[in-house]
Design a binder for this molecule. Sequence first.
Ligand code: 13P
Ligand code: SF4
Length: 308
Amino acid sequence: MIKAKTDVNDLQRKILDLKKKQNTALLVHNYQIPQIQDIGDFLGDSLGLAKTSRQLKVKAIILCGVKFMAETVKILSPDKKILLPVREAGCPLADMIEPDELMKLKSKHPDAWVVSYVNTSAEIKALSDVCCTSANAITVVRNVPVKKIIFVPDRNLGEWVKMNVPQKEIILWDGFCIVHEYFSLKDLEGARKIHPDAELIVHPECRKEILEGADSVLSTSGILKRAKESSAKKFIIGTEEGIIHRLKKDNPQKEFYSLGNAKICINMKKITLEDVYASLKEQKYNIELNVDMMNKARVALERMVKYV
Ligand code: 13P
Ligand code: SF4
């Protein structure tokens, strides 16, 4: 949980007051703009947001992140009102697989389990046997009771899982994150040369050669934890630049640099403070999903917890 808010501007204060009045919580992903991060009730990775949403005793949740995150929270907390301040805040990776494409692949491999990364639509989750996040993908795949896995939609996270769980037969989907895909080996070599004493941490959505060349491969909250615990004084971070704000805030005595040029997820940056205020005032945009689909998707999400 984030501590009491003291140094806030007028709009931030208005949001804090209104959300209290409306018994609404503000859940914020680690890539959101600093002004939103600073007023969140909880700041975290996909797994943390999903878990926290279930425990909160509130009427409504404003999810500052992208659509699949808001849908995941709705699936896990169907009785709460879940609001996404900008309807168009999507995730291109989640859109790289359609339900009919997954159905086709499933029919080719009837003995396989579908493990879907949480960066998927509710429809894809409903067609999956189990979900995973970047924080637990290796453990989930290692523990599921089958040898053959269809892993969707991120090929880079899938490769990382394959490298770590060689005893499973893993069929990869060819999706990728349009932000992480563009960290290059040149970025990595350049960063190592400029900061030879720095610890290099990357997100598993980066390409295989980046994952192999890093010191650690972690989810966004894993990166935050590692930076706090490590004795290193300097870090090179291979993920969306929004996380640098929190890293610096939590560790003022340490130095943080983005790997290569800072990379921005434009979808994560679509939400402004004005949008959060409007979302509270006008109760928009309410996430509504088909009940049957939600029930199926919930099974896959709840199984994830069973296999970690
Ligand atoms: P995390 O679950 O690690 O926060 O990742 C979500 C995401 O969209 C990364 O691009
Ligand atoms: Fe999707 Fe990539 Fe943005 Fe994460 S960083 S929300 S995977 S597009």
